[in-house]
Design a protein around this ligand. Structure first.
Ligand code: O7E
Length: 215
């Protein structure tokens, strides 16, 4: 294990309970680039969990709220979440550039251009080219692309402006493999159940971290 600059693993901390979340984050932090907080943890533990996770891990926190509202509502939500200490927010792009822009005006933003589940083929994948165009225009920190489809990650990388990061959920429980998706052009892998639901989260995080080295 070394400095955070070579870390490409993001923990998707999708548990409800505050104590469990803090315990898992603390014991895996050495192998992570960031911790991603989604609705289950915010509903279960409150927004203050963002501040606590930052204190316990010292890592960046990604608030995965998949914001998809009108600009004013996106702004109202994002401002409270950044205030709580989130370093990045994930927003949907399909609601349009004004809605995404409202979030980007407040802090670092990650736009969804394609999702990892089978249903993503129905509506999101047909819009991916336009969502990539939106990202190229707005230049967010990064985009979300599916680790379950490395060929789509290669495609997205080929169309995306250099410098915009690609973050890929779907490794492990959803069937994606770290090496394949990193080789396809992903910058980071996002992993939830394969770490937090394993018998030994620290060991699982260490093994995934090792897989990301040297790809
Ligand atoms: O399958 P797991 O348990 O490894 O968890 C994956 C996490 O990534 C989980 O928090 C899920 O909500 C999220 N995710 C996907 O699985 N697929 C996507 O397409 C997008 C995300 C995600 O991170 O959303 C960002 C918009």
């Amino acid at each position: 294990m070394s400095g955070s600059e070579d870390r490409r693993l993001i923990l998707a901390l999708d548990v409800y309970e505050r104590e469990r979340a803090l315990e898992i984050a603390e014991c895996t932090a050495d192998y992570l680039w960031a911790v991603k907080v989604n609705w289950p943890l915010i509903i279960g533990s409150g927004l203050e969990i963002i501040t606590e996770l930052k204190q316990v891990t010292g890592l960046p926190i990604i608030a995965d709220l998949k914001l998809a509202d009108i600009p004013n509502t996106n702004r109202l939500i994002a401002s409270k979440v950044f205030e709580a200490g989130a370093d990045y927010i994930i927003a949907h792009g399909f609601v349009g550039s004004d809605s995404v822009d409202a979030v980007m005006g407040l802090g670092k933003t990650i736009i969804v251009v394609e999702m990892s589940h089978p249903g993503a083929k129905e509506f999101i994948q047909p819009a991916t080219d336009k969502l990539i165009e939106l990202a190229n225009e707005l230049e967010p920190f990064g985009v979300i692309a599916p680790a379950t489809r490395p060929e789509r990650v290669s495609y997205i990388r080929s169309k995306l402006k250099p410098g915009i990061k690609i973050l890929t959920p779907g490794v492990g429980a959803q069937g994606g493999r770290a090496g394949d998706v990193l080789k396809a052009g992903a910058d980071y892998i996002i992993v939830g159940r394969s770490i937090y639901a394993s018998e030994n989260p620290r060991k699982s995080a260490r093994m995934l971290y090792a897989e990301t080295l040297g790809v």
